[in-house]
Design a protein around this ligand. Structure first.
Ligand SMILES: NC(=O)c1ccc[n+]([C@@H]2O[C@H](COP(=O)([O-])OP(=O)(O)OC[C@H]3O[C@@H](n4cnc5c(N)ncnc54)[C@H](OP(=O)(O)O)[C@@H]3O)[C@@H](O)[C@H]2O)c1
Length: 234
């Protein structure tokens, strides 16, 4: 039997960027996968029909209930959520208006909370349910003025992981806020001149996430910070 056995993970934003690497890594480690994408398409890297693909738009407040129901129809269980879908609007807290903040909170915080809530009975039934959110080092510090608004959403994402860990610990649920600096995807390339080869490789981040999902209940990791460059604390 593979390491993950029959365990089932839902990965949001699995159509590009970090999400693709997470999905591939988890598939390699034997996870059954349900992949949420705004424009669903069977991944080229997977055997036909070996993964479940769900239309998932984080701005649709009913999408999480639908996704969970369809994943349960397909697999009968859900053991892990990887809330990866996210957006970054590079505006200062003064430049931005409420619509910018609402957009980021909606995708980066509110949708992952709904997903955890929708899957909660399944995560409890698993007895080793896992929730990972792709937060950011921007959830730990405010690196620049332009990162200010994004940081507000990512601090909230870190708090969400802590809240889930607190709410589910006695039922075997473990939650981790994964907090990377620059990762070589479209998102980071759009906001910095740093060459992609000097950013964290999304494949390495995926290995970290697979490891976090695999740890036993007695090795709870609340936050995992990873950086491609030297900063004072990370
Ligand atoms: N790259 C970095 O440097 C970095 C650092 C720290 C944290 N992160 C976090 O890591 C996560 C993944 O980022 P990434 O680097 O892979 O970014 P990316 O390349 O921009 O990809 C973003 C992903 O999120 C999905 N997404 C965006 N809005 C969505 C919505 N409304 N509903 C459903 N899916 C949506 C996108 O789907 P579409 O293809 O449909 O747009 C895409 O799959 C994000 O939460 C990000 O904040 C990234």
């Amino acid at each position: 039997m593979t390491r993950a056995g029959e365990r089932v993970a839902l990965v949001s934003g699995a159509g590009r960027g970090i999400g693709v690497f997470i999905a591939k890594e988890l598939a390699q480690q034997g996870w059954q996968l349900s992949l949420g994408m705004r424009k669903p398409q069977a991944p080229a890297w997977a055997e036909p029909n070996s993964v479940h693909v769900e239309t998932y738009d984080a701005s649709d407040t009913e999408a999480e209930m639908r996704w969970v129901a369809n994943a349960l129809d397909r697999f009968g269980r859900i053991d892990a959520i990887v809330a990866n879908a996210g957006i970054m609007i590079p505006k200062t807290v003064i430049e931005a208006d409420d619509a910018d903040l609402d957009a980021m909170l909606s995708v980066n915080v509110k949708a992952p909370r709904r997903l955890a809530k929708a899957a909660w009975p399944s995560l409890v039934a698993s007895r080793r349910g896992r929730f990972i959110i792709l937060a950011s080092l921007s959830g730990k510090r405010v690196k620049s003025a332009k990162a200010g608004l994004y940081s507000m959403s990512k601090f909230a994402a870190v708090a969400l992981a802590h809240g889930i860990r607190q709410a589910g610990f006695d039922q075997g649920i473990r939650a981790t806020a994964v907090c990377p600096g620059f990762v070589a995807t479209d998102m980071a390339v759009a906001i910095t001149d740093r060459p992609a080869e000097l950013m964290t490789d999304p494949a390495d981040l995926a290995r970290i996430i697979a490891m976090l999902l695999d740890l036993p209940n007695e090795a709870s990791v609340a936050e995992f910070a990873v950086n491609c460059q030297l900063e004072e604390f990370f």
